[in-house]
Write a protein that binds this ligand. Structure first.
Ligand SMILES: Nc1ncnc2c1ncn2[C@@H]1O[C@H](COP(=O)(O)OP(=O)(O)O)[C@@H](O)[C@H]1O
Ligand SMILES: [Mg+2]
Length: 303
């Protein structure tokens, strides 16, 4: 019997930013061009549950061939995958990318250049005092200015440039009970970086992001984007990163180091591609939909 090709796009329960809805709608449209019907659902209904007998059951309206997981809820993604639903990206890849420290640790030992990074020390109580020795170690390792980031931030909102001890004390008090990191400030990249999109192991677009007003070049903070042609070195680096993290799709932020070197800043498994599509003119949604189609249905795409 003929079975309709059917995919699911799952969004976060608490409302997604409108740019994530753009991603979902663009993908739905491109899948429909390939003959795949797509449901876009917001996971405010508990897509999976653990039952009293210890088994996991799914609570989905249909039998889906795959799910594009535009969410980072790690429990639901693991449960969906455990029941055989194919996720894009995979649960494991999303988890690693969601945590900036875990991304760096996973990429270490593979000759991937990245800024010197100190993982924030875990603090269990807001009343605990940060020791002088800890401040001194951060200052001696990184110097001022230095970067402090929340491990799970997005859109530049959890990234801070710290100029002196007073600011360091303030930010550490604010972040100490949450996962965070300390990083060398890459001066040569201040106010600019490159966003590279990789699909199915291949670089498909690169844009230069620039800000006149902020060291962070995120478009959400007012940065502007322009298309660039990536050189061989950048392509090799980004394709290697995507492969190491087993990503079907990602947007990699790359900093400009000294002497034409590149440094990996972060890897976005759920990268919002609106800015990249507009600035580069590349149909990222179309390429990603085709990649998933080929992987799921093992069919060649007509035309
Ligand atoms: N170590 C650094 N040195 C200089 N600029 C940085 C550094 N880390 C981040 N930035 C700037 O801040 C922006 C946001 O940082 P990023 O780690 O990508 O966090 P987010 O997930 O919020 O986008 C980057 O795109 C880059 O412009
Ligand atoms: Mg970023």
């Amino acid at each position: 019997m003929f079975k309709m090709k059917q995919g699911l796009i799952l969004l976060n329960a608490y409302g997604s930013v409108s740019a994530m809805e753009y991603v979902a709608n663009r993908l739905k449209n491109e899948f429909e061009n390939l003959g795949v019907n797509i449901d876009i659902l917001v996971n405010n209904f508990f897509a999976a549950k653990i039952q009293e007998d210890g088994s996991i059951s799914l609570n989905l309206p249909r039998d889906y061939d795959f799910c594009v997981y535009l969410n980072k809820d790690k429990y639901i993604s693991q449960m969906l995958e455990s029941q055989g639903l194919k996720l894009f990206n995979s649960h494991n890849s999303i988890q690693i990318c969601d945590d900036k420290v875990l991304t760096f640790i996973t990429l270490s030992k593979h000759n991937i250049p990245m800024p010197t990074t100190l993982p924030g020390l875990l603090c269990f109580s807001p009343l605990s005092k940060i020791e002088e020795k800890t401040y001194l170690h951060i200052e001696r390792s990184l110097g001022y200015p230095l970067i402090v980031k929340s491990s799970y931030g997005s859109f530049g909102s959890g990234v801070y440039k710290i100029d002196n001890r007073e600011q360091l004390v303030e930010i550490m008090e604010k972040l100490k009970t949450r996962p965070h990191l300390f990083q060398r400030f890459v001066e040569s990249s201040s106010g600019k970086d490159i966003r590279v999109t990789v699909i199915g192991g291949k670089v498909v677009s690169a844009i230069l992001r620039k800000s006149e007003t902020d060291f962070r070049s995120n478009l959400e903070l007012g940065g502007t984007a322009s298309k660039i042609t990536p050189d061989r070195k950048l392509i090799c680096l980004c394709e290697k990163v995507a492969k190491l993290l087993k990503l079907d799709y990602c947007g990699i932020d790359v900093l400009f180091g000294q002497n034409g070197n590149y440094l990996i800043c972060e890897v976005n498994s759920n990268a919002i591609f609106k800015g990249s599509e507009i600035a580069s003119g590349v149909n990222i949604a179309g390429l990603y939909a085709k990649h998933i189609f080929t992987k799921v249905y093992k069919e060649k795409i007509k035309n």
